[in-house]
Design a protein. Structure first.
Length: 337
């Protein structure tokens, strides 16, 4: 809460979540939702008015100034802007936290060399920031954040402003670091594609609260999830031919790859594929497709598909929105059938 009395503004309210060791938790939300304030609170750069921030079992908000200074070393931070010093080389930038703590030169040099190798920049140790690409500068920032061997890595818009190739490379690097170092990573962003590619779990922050959260794959497979639809919007599709009805078909589990052919074979119906966006996330297939079937076959097709872990719902491309009801409960579809 900022301010007092009538001027008080609540930015984060009854917000509660946890991140396990070795987990990447993505935080998404619109501008003004409180994402930046959340990042500051996690590192206790901003003290919450009430509640606790617990890292490695320690309630940071209850620690003395000296103990808090030590505890913060276990939290590495990567921001949208790399924050590198222009007159220091990549190696010298990574060395900053170690120099601040008075680590010996020999130990510092060894640690810096290890970190630059880990982020794939051994050959760029002597380069200055202006000699590096945006993705390389961000890698230096990640190496610096790891200098004090943190158990938590806070990434606040760490890939914003990078080109797609650099974003993919940084995402892959963060996953490698998560696996190798068992880091807990809080990844705050507005880039939905990056969250889907990177995060194990996701929470949507809105008006200062986590309004929905869950495992990424579970959200993507839940046709009732607003966050799942936000993370992976429905693909563009063609219109259904005259006399036919469009169905949006969403994957809810492991589905046979020939499900469309099975519909044609088992039900003597020839569905037309109007659009599809299918992908594999963490080894599990997610996505949706839009098909067109005769109006009179909608109920039988929907029931048949449900047996394979597919959720089929009426899709009115004139509405341009996600279907909101199953074929069995949609009045418009009942009338058409």
């Amino acid at each position: 809460m900022y301010g007092r009395g009538a001027d008080a503004v609540t930015v984060l309210d009854r917000l509660d979540f946890s991140v396990e060791a070795g987990e990447i938790f993505g935080v998404v939300g619109p501008s003004g939702a409180g994402k930046s304030t959340l990042a500051q609170c996690i590192a206790l750069l901003e003290r919450p008015t009430s509640g606790s921030v617990i890292v490695n079992g320690e309630p940071l908000s209850e620690l003395s100034r000296d103990r808090l200074r030590v505890a913060r070393r276990r939290i590495g931070t990567v921001f949208q802007r790399d924050g590198l010093f222009s007159r220091r080389t990549a190696a010298e930038n990574v060395a900053l936290p170690l120099e601040y703590l008075g680590v010996t030169r020999a130990e510092t040099n060894a640690r810096v060399a290890e970190l630059l190798d880990r982020v794939g920049l051994t050959g760029r140790a002597g380069h200055y920031p202006h000699q590096l690409s945006g993705g390389q500068r961000q890698r230096v920032g990640i190496a610096r954040a790891l200098a004090l061997r943190p158990s938590v890595l806070l990434a606040d818009e760490a890939t914003s402003g990078l080109d797609p190739e650099s974003t993919a490379a940084i995402s892959a690097l963060l996953k490698e670091l998560r696996d190798e170092l068992r880091l807990s990573i809080v990844f705050i962003t507005h880039e939905m594609d990056t969250v889907v590619r990177l995060a194990d779990s996701v929470g949507r922050l809105e008006h200062g609260r986590i309004v929905e959260s869950g495992r990424t794959v579970d959200l993507l497979r839940d046709p009732e999830s607003p966050l799942g639809a936000l993370l992976r919007p429905a693909p563009a599709s063609a219109s259904a031919p005259a006399g036919e009805v469009a169905l949006r078909v969403r994957y809810r589990g492991d589905v046979p790859g020939d499900w469309l052919a099975r519909v044609a074979r088992e039900l003597a119906v020839s569905p037309a594929l109007l659009g599809a966006d299918i992908a594999t996330i963490d080894g599990q297939v997610v996505g949706s497709a839009t098909i067109a079937v005769p109006a009179g076959a909608v109920t039988s097709v929907s029931s048949f598909l449900s047996e394979f872990g597919l959720d089929a719902r009426l899709f009115d491309d004139a509405r341009g929105a996600e279907p909101s009801a199953s074929p069995e409960t949609d009045p418009a579809l009942e009338a058409a059938a």
